[in-house]
Ligand binder design. Structure first.
Ligand SMILES: [Ca+2]
Ligand SMILES: [Ca+2]
Length: 229
């Protein structure tokens, strides 16, 4: 009885141990399942986190790329603007050079005209005494000069403005009708704003030249004259 009681107690104890072990095993399974679930959840979280990080990185990269494109575009615009300014500056410089050249040419031209004018101004004498041309020539020679002649357009213009009445100057077409030449150089007179319908060699006897009214006149007529010294 005692033995039996001991054995039962032992068996009961063993059953209790087994039950405990089973329960423990069950708890372990539950725990393992819980851990497994937790692991899955953690993986999903990590994947989601990874997705978010990737999206953010991609967004950042895209935005950075867009900024770079924007900066490139701005850079190109700035470059184009600078080129345009450079072109404008170069064009302005060219214009300035042209203006400087024109001014310089004008000064040169003024200088020549001034020289010509001062040359004439210093040497011209208007004699108001009326004489035929041959006498006027002699009169000028007595004064150490000649009847005035114009080598340039400027001189001719100055001569035209020098007198306010008709006057002989030193050109004629006595040698060849229709061709006026300067007396001293025999060079053709190639510039004179002739009076309307002149020269007309009126009556076939007009070989000498008066200015102011720029006309061919008979050399025997009497006019004032301009000498140059
Ligand atoms: Ca004539
Ligand atoms: Ca005439």
């Amino acid at each position: 009885m005692l033995l039996s009681s001991v054995t039962r107690e032992k068996r009961l104890e063993e059953e209790k141990q087994l039950d405990y072990s089973l329960k423990a095993a069950k708890r372990f399974d539950v725990l393992a399942l819980a851990i497994s679930k937790e692991k899955s959840a953690t993986r999903r979280l990590m994947e989601r986190f990874q997705d978010q990080v990737e999206r953010k990185v991609m967004n950042f990269v895209n935005k950075t790329n867009q900024s770079i494109v924007g900066i490139d575009k701005k850079g190109t615009e700035v470059k184009e603007t600078v080129q345009q300014y450079s072109y404008n500056i170069s064009s302005l410089e060219q214009t300035l050079n042209n203006i400087q050249k024109t001014v310089s040419d004008l000064y040169g031209g003024f200088g020549e005209i001034k020289d010509a004018i001062s040359k004439i101004e210093n040497e011209l004498i208007k004699l108001k005494k009326l004489m035929k041309m041959s006498s006027a020539v002699l009169q000028c020679q007595e004064l150490g000069g000649e009847l005035a002649e114009a080598d340039t357009v400027a001189e001719m213009n100055y001569l035209l403005g020098f007198t306010d009445s008709s006057a002989w100057i030193g050109a004629s077409n006595r040698d060849e009708e229709g061709k006026f030449v300067w007396r001293s150089s025999n060079m053709p007179l190639w510039y004179l704003p002739w009076k309307h319908i002149q020269p007309n060699n009126w009556g076939g006897n007009q070989d000498c030249l008066i200015i102011w009214d720029s006309n061919d006149e008979p050399c025997q007529n009497s006019y004032s004259f301009i000498c140059e010294k």
